[in-house]
Design a protein around this ligand. Structure first.
Ligand code: PMP
Length: 358
């Protein structure tokens, strides 16, 4: 081994879902099956490419202001980044500098562990219970910070605000981050607790309900003090995180509240339909409040189902790992896409059952 190898920061990276090209049914990365708001297309068509000569606004002022207005907070309470992954990575760097372990669930967004390892932040992962629910009492002990998604991913389970507040009440001396990537499909946001808890940061994204995963926009809402710390870290890293196109398109996406609400309602309706159909086929799953369903079939191997679906150009996510090896994470597509999925599963299951009884 060469000596310089000792000086290299070696990490086990996060593995994103496959991005197959072409005409496939893509239910593997919790993207939105519908296009972004029509205003985004118009803004893009009208965009002056001369703007690209220049660096973008490092404060992302217009986008920050549009988000602040939308949520009824001050501009100084909003931080934007290149997807919520960027915002969360910046939060880990900025807020989790204790020698004590930070806490996050054992079954959760697998990037948390990667950032903790990358920044050498000690961490502990209390187990979710047998129903995959986060056990809030596990977060009442001394720690260096807390982070969890609500709804949790990949379990899809949403916890009501009193649950979030209990965790906040027991953790007033550390930063608590609530990752709300899927909140628009779920219920109340913890944003309404921000005025009462000066240690709370709520992180959201444009990638799911706003249908702009490709634009890479995420944001954190908190009090001006914590947002200032985040910006200081950002400016110590890269001043121009948000590119010009994302800034222009992001503003338009936020402006169209009606389109956003209509598309989100459509996805929720398809989710509820998909739950009934999957149940009828014998699948079991936690009650999803997200844009995906985390399902297992008691009689079929998840990896085999995953492969069989892939052969049909239907992509879902198989995450593996000891506690969730029997599960598939199925994003909610259009009603038509979900019908194709269900119809394939129905045939697959019937055929296998016939073979078994022969
Ligand atoms: N948090 C959770 C819980 C997620 O599932 C995802 C999506 N993979 C993200 C954050 C990051 O999303 P993005 O960077 O696209 O905003």
């Amino acid at each position: 081994m060469r000596v310089f190898e000792n000086n290299i920061r070696k990490v086990e990276p996060y593995v994103p879902g496959e991005q197959p090209q072409g005409n496939v049914i893509k239910l593997n990365t919790n993207e939105n099956p519908y296009p972004p708001a029509p205003g985004v297309r118009t803004a893009l068509q009208n965009m002056d490419t001369d703007l690209m000569r220049r660096y973008p606004d490092p404060t992302a002022g217009e986008l920050v202001h549009t988000l602040a207005e939308y949520y009824g907070v001050k501009d100084e309470q909003v931080f934007v980044g290149v997807g919520s992954d960027d915002v969360l990575a910046m939060c880990f760097l900025t807020f989790f500098n204790s020698q004590k372990p930070i806490l996050f669930p054992d079954i959760t967004y697998s990037f948390y562990k990667v950032w903790a390892e990358l920044y050498r932040i000690p961490y502990e992962c209390p187990q979710v219970d047998s129903q995959f629910r986060i056990v809030k009492e596990d977060y009442y002990k001394e720690n260096g910070g807390v982070i969890f998604p609500n709804p949790n991913a990949p379990t899809s389970i949403y916890e009501e605000l009193d649950f979030v507040e209990d965790i906040l009440q027991h953790n007033q001396d550390v930063i608590v981050i609530v990752d709300e990537a899927y909140i628009d499909f779920a219920g109340k946001s913890a944003m309404e607790l921000i005025d009462r808890y000066d240690n709370l940061i709520v992180v959201q994204t444009f990638s799911k309900a706003r249908s702009m995963a490709g634009m890479r926009i995420g944001y954190a809402i908190s009090n001006p003090t914590l947002i200032k710390y985040l910006n200081d870290a950002k400016y110590s890293f890269n001043s121009y995180t948000m590119n010009q196109t994302s800034l222009v398109c992001g503003v338009e996406a936020v402006k169209d509240r009606i389109y956003f609400e209509e598309q989100t309602a459509k996805i929720i309706e398809t989710r509820e339909w998909s739950k009934k159909e999957l149940s009828a086929l014998g699948f079991v799953f936690p009650d999803s409040r997200s844009n995906f369903i985390f399902a297992k079939h008691p009689e079929f191997d998840a990896k085999e189902l995953f492969e069989a679906l892939k052969k049909e150009d239907i992509y879902v996510r198989f995450l593996g790992g000891s506690r969730i090896k029997d599960y598939l994470r199925i994003s909610i597509g259009t009603r038509q896409e979900m019908e194709v999925l269900i119809s394939f599963l129905k045939t697959y299951i019937e055929e296998r059952k016939e073979i078994k009884t022969c």
